[in-house]
Design a protein around this ligand. Structure first.
Ligand code: PMP
Length: 355
């Protein structure tokens, strides 16, 4: 090691899913939405005045914050926006998790949590999911420096009832509890209803999944005015202009088209439920995912080999080597009906050939 290297902050980075760009591939590996963004987004894009790029964007991201506040029936001071929910979550870790006690999150969950904890030197402990891959709320009834979990959880898709989240909050009133609702629109009940009761609750959502805009990078948090003020203080001490002019315009257009949003979410949920049953019919074990992906295993197949064999047909799904408990599982994003049918055809032939 060179002498200057000892002062460098070394991190083992998060590894995002592959982003191959092949013309006919079926891309089911990063939980993107297969449908285009709302028509109003295209209109806002054409109407965008390029001259506005001369100016810095509004550091408060007011148009977007206000559109989200209207949508969720909260005060604009309760809304924070960032460059995807990854940015919002990273800021939140930095702002809210500053205790000597470990923060708690599931052992099988979004694999960015431990990366941020390491990066910001936050002590943490994994809390094992039960044998059915469910979060046991009682495991979070102990001293800690904060709590974070996705609901539905990723990559399992398992949804925790709101009553259990309320119980976790009741037992954790001295710390901040972050509920990462990246996938909540696909069939869960948001913890928004708990906000009036718990000022230590922060809810994080994203435009990347249910709003088909992973490429624009918009995430947001909703919480008490106090929490949002603390988050903004940290953001302004880092980078005031996180949301660019174009993103702000397109983001507002997406939030305002409620009908299109409902329609695409409904299509994905319908496809998900059909594919769940078809996969079970092929012998896959498939939990009751309430997200836009399925988490599956097959008693006769190696997940790693199936992942590679699907890939060689240009069907991309996600395989996690770690932790050990999920090495036989694949996470499959719900695509269009046509895409799912092609995947199912491949799987039928694959099983028939006795792979
Ligand atoms: N939380 C969870 C649970 C996720 O799966 C993802 C997607 N990788 C994110 C947050 C981040 O999504 P984005 O930054 O695109 O909003």
């Amino acid at each position: 090691m060179k002498s200057w290297e000892k002062n460098i902050r070394k991190v083992v980075p998060y590894v995002p899913g592959e982003q191959p760009d092949k013309p006919h591939m079926i891309k089911l590996n990063t939980n993107e939405n297969p449908y285009p963004p709302a028509p109003g987004v295209m209109e806002a894009l054409y109407a965008f005045d390029v001259d506005r790029l001369r100016l810095y964007p509004d550091p408060e991201a007011k148009p977007l914050v206000e559109a989200l506040a209207r949508k969720y029936g909260v005060d604009p001071e309760q809304v924070f926006v960032g460059v995807g929910s990854d940015d919002v979550l990273a800021m939140s870790f930095m702002t809210f998790f500053n205790s000597d006690r470990p923060i708690l999150f599931p052992d099988i969950t979004y694999s960015f949590y431990d990366v941020w904890a390491e990066e910001f030197r936050i002590p943490y402990e994994y809390v094992p999911l039960d044998a059915q891959f469910k979060i046991q709320k009682e495991d979070y009834y102990r001293e800690n420096g904060g709590v974070v979990f996705p609901n539905p959880n990723a990559p399992t898709g398992e949804l925790m009832p709101l009553a259990d989240i309320a119980d976790i909050l009741r037992h954790n009133q001295d710390v901040i509890v972050i509920v990462d609702e990246a996938y909540i629109d696909f069939g869960g009940e948001s913890a928004l209803a708990l906000l009036p009761e718990y000022e230590n609750l922060l809810i994080v959502q994203t435009f990347s999944k249910s709003r088909s805009m992973a490429g624009i990078r918009i995430g947001y948090a909703i919480g008490s005015k106090e929490l949002i003020r603390y988050l903004n203080d940290v953001k302004y001490s880092f980078n005031s202009y996180t949301m660019n002019q174009l993103t702000l315009s397109l983001g507002v257009a997406a939030v305002e088209d409620e009908a299109y949003f409902q329609e695409t979410v409904h299509k994905i949920v319908t496809t998900r439920e059909r594919v769940k049953e078809e996969l079970r019919g092929l012998g896959f074990v498939c939990g009751d995912s309430r997200s836009n992906f399925l988490f599956v295993t097959h008693p006769r197949l190696s997940a790693e080999k199936l992942f590679e064999d699907l890939k060689s047909e240009d069907i991309y799904v996600r395989y996690f080597r770690k932790p050990e408990r999920i090495k036989d599982y694949l996470r499959i994003t719900v695509g269009t009906d046509e895409e799912m049918d092609k995947m199912l055809d491949f799987l039928r032939a694959y099983l028939y050939a006795g792979a």
